[in-house]
Design a protein around this ligand. Structure first.
Ligand SMILES: [Cu+2]
Length: 344
């Protein structure tokens, strides 16, 4: 445990200039397109944006240049299609991943749209778990250099029209002070068919999606070791949820909301671990009952129990870590971790 922590501290000091990345290619229903064929190309190599008030926050630096927009193709998709991005080279920094969409005004093609309209968030992916070694980012599995692709299913009620679909990864390795977070994003151009009748909400403008001072953007992720994490920005549509496990290209889509973290914070505040009995079975049931009692609506999914465990282990590390609680946590979280290791 200690060696890993110190490794993380060392990693935090490494030069990250060679670890930047771009969202360079669109994936649609398993078809991987060429780099910058359907995604607007950046003109800043792979450097991040750091000013949340900049229009570069929309589609990265260069993404609003008319020549770039005009040469980028628009992919025709249907609501519910599986779409995603290829990353060059990988999401090699710690932090949350999200996907945003904005519909071009009627009569404006995606390749002529400047992204000045309303944006809504369809996907938010944060951590797989939070344990005594810190936040384990879902995009940055331990021992890897980060994911190099991901997919989502478009909302089934997405209204027809031309859209920008914007992937965003926030790097938090230097985010202990305001302005330290790095923003990596890329915009794909989509034309959505069908007759989706959904009304996306909430919405925001870009820039304007962040102040830069949100708890999820100003955080020392190394010390003191965080015990919770809340992604910045508006809630996702159509379901307000945060995912804790990535969907990868070529993998059966697992859903937009894998793992429920509302039960997790509730379980932590209700003291699930301190009341845990000395056997792993009892500890697990204590965590389970805490998660269940914390939520007035019956918590029946296994995912809720799994996500309740990570907070428990953090709590136990701060107080008196019982091996029983740790065992319960590791068994409960094993599903998530096993899948992570098979990836990348
Ligand atoms: Cu970097």
């Amino acid at each position: 445990m200690r060696s890993t922590t110190s490794l993380m501290a060392v990693a935090a000091m490494l030069p990250f200039a060679f670890a930047h990345y771009n969202f360079e290619a669109l994936i649609v229903n398993g078809e991987v397109t060429d780099a910058y064929e359907y995604v607007r190309q950046t003109n800043n190599s792979n450097s991040p944006v750091t000013d949340v008030t900049s229009t570069d926050m929309i589609c990265n630096s260069g993404g609003l240049l008319s020549a770039t927009m005009a040469k980028t193709k628009t992919y025709t998709v249907a609501p519910g299609d599986n779409v995603g991005f290829i990353v060059d080279a990988s999401l090699s920094h710690p932090g949350p991943l999200s996907v945003w969409m904005s519909k071009a005004p009627d009569g404006t093609a995606a390749n002529a749209y400047d992204g000045s309209g309303d944006w809504f968030k369809v996907y938010e992916l944060t951590y797989s778990t939070i344990n005594s070694e810190g936040i384990q980012w879902a995009t940055y599995p331990s021992g890897t250099s980060g994911l190099s692709n991901f997919t989502i299913d478009l909302p089934s009620t997405l209204p027809a029209g031309d859209y920008l679909m914007r992937a965003e990864h926030v790097a938090l390795h230097a985010a202990s002070e305001v302005g330290g977070a790095q923003y990596y994003m890329g915009c794909a151009q989509l034309s959505v068919t069908g007759s989706g009748a959904g009304v996306p909400s909430p919405t925001t403008k870009i820039p304007g999606l962040y102040t830069g001072e949100e708890d999820g953007l100003v955080i020392n992720i190394y010390y003191p070791i965080p015990t919770s994490y809340t992604a910045p920005g508006i809630a996702t549509w159509p379901t307000d949820c945060v995912s804790h496990e990535a969907n990868l290209e070529g993998q059966t889509f697992q859903g937009m909301c894998v793992g429920d973290d509302t039960a997790s914070s509730d379980a932590a505040s209700s003291g699930a671990v301190s009341s845990a009995a000395p056997t792993s079975t009892a500890a697990a049931s204590a965590a389970t009952s805490a998660a269940t009692s914390a939520a007035p609506v019956a918590v029946t999914s296994a995912a809720a129990v799994v996500s309740a465990a990570p907070s428990s282990v953090v709590t136990s590390a701060e107080t008196t870590a019982t091996s029983a609680a740790a065992a319960a946590t590791s068994s409960a979280a094993s599903k998530c971790k096993k899948r992570k290791r098979s990836v990348v």
